[in-house]
Design a protein around this ligand. Structure first.
Ligand SMILES: Cc1cc2nc3c(=O)[nH]c(=O)nc-3n(C[C@H](O)[C@H](O)[C@H](O)COP(=O)(O)OP(=O)(O)OC[C@H]3O[C@@H](n4cnc5c(N)ncnc54)[C@H](O)[C@@H]3O)c2cc1C
Length: 478
């Protein structure tokens, strides 16, 4: 068997297949395994786990599935979402058995996406890297036993067929082309968001400028190779951005690495003391909304999908918290105050009018937005957006703005597959020998038109394991 990609999906597929007796060529174009797990928060979800029971949390896969359907506006792929969710608690227990380094706060409720009704999200002390650390020993064991051959720095360039059956992959390693053959080929090459031309085929036209917020390997290679063989690709027209990513001044249309910095938007983690304005200098949403979806949808309606987080010295003194964060929690209020003085990500000015000029927003509108916020905070008028928290009046000392743009971090569309994860052609028939799992399927399958906690990494791992196991058993039977 050939598995292409060593993110959560490919690693789990290869390990499960090897556990069940298959011999696997595991192909990875980079020099290390792990894929998007290197940058991801690594939050995964599953119901009915031992950890939930130990915390006295009553839950079941059926309840989880109902929540997935509610949050996704019932737009998930019903069978595939069910297949994954029903086994996700088992994935959590499996990681537990492997000695996964759980963060002490989990299972927990996560506020970066719409919140589940019970704690069923888990993450490691090193976020996505904790998953790699848990899986790596299994991989090493299978490599030592000769069940898995790992090909690093080896890029799949195309799929090989014989009589319309996929029989292997053509790869390139150190400038040399090699063919790797197998009874089945599993594409686990992840998404396409780092390939702007491909990504923008799927995004609404007015979102073509959103930032790339994922790692560079996500170039859609598997999708492109399968499409060349006639594979069907979804085009659901769904897009929801991630907010708070900071444009990288050194890399146009890319976000500053999420591991380094992003603006924390969720009021559960930081009370907003600032206002958010669009390119016109107008507020556009309640900055303290507890619904991530509400603010994400509001942002993509703004010109350029861009917003400025506007605050002043009074906020710096009162908030006592950094507006910028990273997963390792390295942003102290002191570090943030220093960044306000000299970071290229933060615009500063002595007056609001000067700030407006630097941001290229109409000064009168920006002034009106600040006045509106202050008037609402003083109880003189209701807030048109329904904001309810007004910790400080704006207008003290210097002014600052952090500009952030909507970002895409994972692919919403992908290869269409059947419930056996067989890749389908445009006529709806399986392409013999070709399978796919993970983000290459598109996140809409598991999250519909929203983000649903853990519903990218967990289906990647859960269905990866399922596929590896199933393929190994069926190949053995032949
Ligand atoms: C900042 C950020 C935070 C996130 N946080 C979460 C979270 O908390 N929870 C969650 O559920 N999801 C999260 N996600 C999404 C999640 O990380 C991914 O959807 C998931 O990890 C994808 O797994 P995968 O195995 O399908 O693909 P990937 O992890 O992308 O792995 C694909 C692998 O295939 C390799 N590859 C690609 N092309 C080729 C080729 N031609 N030849 C050989 N190898 C190739 C790549 O190098 C890579 O190693 C986050 C994403 C980002 C960017």
């Amino acid at each position: 068997m050939v598995v292409v990609g060593t993110g959560g999906a490919g690693l789990c597929a290869a390990i499960a297949a090897a556990d069940h007796g298959a011999r696997v060529h595991l192909v990875e174009k980079l020099s290390e395994i792990g894929g998007m797990l290197h940058i991801a928060n690594g939050e995964f979800s599953g119901a009915g786990s031992r950890r939930q029971a130990a915390h006295g949390i009553e839950d079941s896969p059926e309840k989880h599935l109902a929540e997935v359907r509610r949050i996704s506006h019932d737009r998930v792929h019903p069978e595939l979402a069910r297949l994954s969710v029903m086994a996700q608690g088992e994935t959590v227990d499996w990681l537990d058995d492997l000695g996964f380094d759980f963060h002490p706060d989990c299972p927990g409720l996560i506020h970066g996406h719409e919140v589940y009704d019970v704690p069923r999200t888990y993450w490691g002390v090193e976020h996505g890297r904790s998953v790699i650390k848990a899986l790596e020993p299994l991989l090493i064991e299978h490599i030592a036993a000769g069940r898995i051959t790992l090909h690093l720095e080896t890029a799949m360039t195309s799929l090989l067929t014989d009589d319309d059956v996929v029989v292997g992959v053509s790869v390139e390693h150190a400038g040399t082309r090699v063919e790797l053959l197998g009874d089945a080929v599993v594409l686990a090459t992840g998404g396409y968001d780092a390939n702007l031309a491909l990504r923008n085929e799927f995004l609404p036209e007015h979102c073509a400028d959103v930032l790339v917020g994922c790692l560079d390997h996500a170039t859609g290679d598997g999708l492109i190779a399968a499409r060349e063989l006639g594979a069907d690709v979804s085009a659901d027209g769904i897009f929801l951005p991630v907010m708070g990513m900071i444009p990288d001044p050194e890399r146009p249309q890319h976000a500053v690495d999420y591991r380094v910095a992003f603006v924390e938007m969720a009021p559960a983690y930081r009370t907003p003391h600032e206002i958010w304005v669009n390119r016109e200098g107008d507020r556009f949403v309640a900055e303290d909304t507890t619904s991530p979806e509400q603010r994400e949808r509001a942002l993509i309606r703004q010109p350029g999908n861009l917003m400025h987080v506007v605050f002043d010295d009074g906020v710096l003194a009162a908030a006592q918290v950094s507006l910028i964060r990273n997963p390792a929690d390295e942003w102290t209020p002191e570090r943030f105050a220093e960044a306000c003085a000299d970071s290229p990500w933060i615009t500063r000015a002595d007056t609001l009018e000067e700030l407006a000029t630097s941001l290229q927003v109409p000064a009168a509108s920006l002034r009106a937005s600040v006045d509106q916020y202050n008037a609402v905070g003083a109880g003189e008028q209701p807030d048109p957006f329904g904001r309810t928290t007004f910790p400080t009046r704006l207008g003290e000392g210097e002014w600052y703005a952090i500009t952030t743009t909507a970002a895409s971090i994972l692919s919403r569309d992908g290869l269409r597959v059947d419930t056996g994860l067989r890749v389908l052609d445009v006529a709806g028939s399986p392409i013999d020998g070709l399978y796919a799992v993970g983000e290459i399927l598109g996140n809409n399958v598991f999250a519909g038109d929203n983000y649903v906690g853990g519903m990218s990494i967990t289906p990647a791992m859960t269905l990866g394991r399922h596929l590896g196991r199933t393929l190994a058993s069926s190949l053995e039977d032949q």
